[in-house]
Ligand binder design. Sequence first.
Ligand code: ASP
Ligand code: MG
Length: 427
Amino acid sequence: MQEAHRLKVYKFGGASVRDAEAIRNLARIVGKNTPQEQLLIVVSAMGKTTNALEEIFHLAHAGQDYAAPLTALREYHAGVAAALLSEAGGQIPPSTANQSHLANLLAQLCEQLTTLTPGDYDRQYDQIVSYGELLATSIVAQALGAHWLDCRPLIRTDHTWREGRLDWPTTEYNIRDEVPPLLLTGPVVTQGFLGGTASGATTTLGREGSDYTAAIFAYCLHAESVTIWKDVAGLLNADPKIFADTVRYPEISYQETIEMAYYGASVIHPKTIKPLAVQRIPLYVKSFLDPTAEGTRIGDCRHAALAPAFIRKADQCLISFESKDLTFISEENLEVIFGALAQVRLKINLMQNSAISFSVCTDFSAYRLEKLLNHLRDHFTIHYNTGLELYTIKNYDAASIQRLTMGRELLLEQRTRLTFQFVCRDA
Ligand code: ASP
Ligand code: MG
């Protein structure tokens, strides 16, 4: 009997595809796979491209000049593609289908930027910002000689722009129908972060959503494992760019990981874990800089108490609502506040109630905050502070609280059995 093919899903984030050398490194990692293993490769936008596209979109939508950042973005992508081609020893002439594929995508992006209309910000955002992944996958697929798969017709979402909600049954049907035959022919490269509506519009799944995409494909195809390739050694107890003396968790449960992601640990997108946990698909987090090192295995495991985890969310906004007549904040008041927050899509990271005021800490968005104030100004006296940080210590102890709070003025703090959180001014 023939051995069944095993499928692995790899996800490469922005840093792992940021230039030609990084993409060569990716090719070496992919090249280590054995022929018995099928490979689906999910790729994010190159380097800081999503931020650049956000800026370009913002300018274009406001009717301002975006020529300079757009030119920089085009030259960046064309430059990486050209560097990879020249390294291929000129075997692939620049006129091949793949080169024109990239050129076509760049031309489509330029064209779409000229057709933006006022209003409708979030929908148009998705149509533009999605090009980061389309361009990156075009370049990576060509470098690997792999199949380029457009995930948008497969990953079906609703119309929640910028955070498309999945229609799982349709997505599962689509992926099971389309992808297995492609995998028989070799590695398949597809976009993270993107989806599509039933009417064919592009959606995005939320910033840093490419991890989630990897989990969606793994779930639908019953993959053997998912590996997220990052520039850190695995899942750490803190972001080494922010905190000194980090430790790596060699093994950690789905549940602990979900909680860390929820509190804002940037290592994995919060929605990633559930589909994997449902099917008990292990998730490996490994360093693309040191691919043979152990990394972290996230799975169905039990472990002793973990070292405290430190998580910082920057660019926070603390909003407090007071009833105008100094009456207590009632359930009716809360209903109005929550309703408005949901409507403008501001997510609550922390909340606290006192006698006559109710406070929420959210990610800062000038646009959404303005909408919220317009909704609620007549009902409440509203104060807000921006430029704040929200810190969470999971599995805290006295020493870890001391370490983090020392010298900081806390605007709000909250403690549960396992978690200590506080809001303070940006250092
Ligand atoms: N490129 C997207 C972002 O930067 C998605 C991702 O990286 O996962 O948010
Ligand atoms: Mg990214």
